[in-house]
Write a protein that binds this ligand. Structure first.
Ligand SMILES: [Zn+2]
Length: 171
């Protein structure tokens, strides 16, 4: 998520909208953690068009799922990056500590989205910063649109790999 002030407002709006609707699904922290290495590699394939290898010298981001997060710590890290102190934990990549925070709930019936394709979105921001040297402070709408596009591709390619809330890594 590339969060200017309006981005935050829009994000919080949809977050609250999601909470108000019935079809909310929550993926377990354990299941999301089990998937991150696979989704990291799949997302890099999409991002690098199959031509960028995993760089062992670049540490993958630490994943923190909302249910495991310290809200005050998140608020301080988020405020340092976006200039506003959020009330709740939302999806964001924070380069300063190389962390992805992930909200484990989503509204499934309307959008078909899952925590796994959200992870692909935030991992795209990680690749933009750590593999391509972009500064998050200089992000424009282009970086956000790229992350949305890769998230959509990921969902179309691997959405069927979610079984009973778990992401099954394709062989
Ligand atoms: Zn984004």
């Amino acid at each position: 998520m590339n969060l200017g002030k309006w981005g935050l407002v829009v994000t919080l709006y949809f977050f609250m909208l999601g909470r108000a609707q019935a079809q909310e699904t929550v993926y377990s922290s354990e299941n999301i953690h089990a998937a991150i290495q696979c989704i990291h590699n799949l997302t890099l394939k999409i991002y690098g068009k199959g031509k960028v290898a995993v760089n062992p010298n670049i540490p993958p981001p630490t994943l923190i799922v909302d249910v495991d997060a310290d809200l005050t710590e998140f608020q301080n890290l988020a405020e340092a990056q976006i200039g506003l102190k959020p009330d709740t934990i939302f999806n964001i990549y924070i380069p300063a500590v190389n962390r992805i925070y992930l909200n484990s709930s989503y509204k499934s019936a309307e959008t078909g989205r899952s925590a796994y394709d959200t992870l692909a979105h935030e991992l795209t921001h990680f690749f933009q910063v750590k593999y391509d040297g972009s500064s998050i402070a200089d992000f424009t709408d282009a970086e956000e649109q790229e992350a949305i596009s890769i998230q959509t591709q990921f969902r179309e390619m691997y959405g069927a790999n979610i079984k009973n809330g778990k992401f099954e890594c394709p062989q």
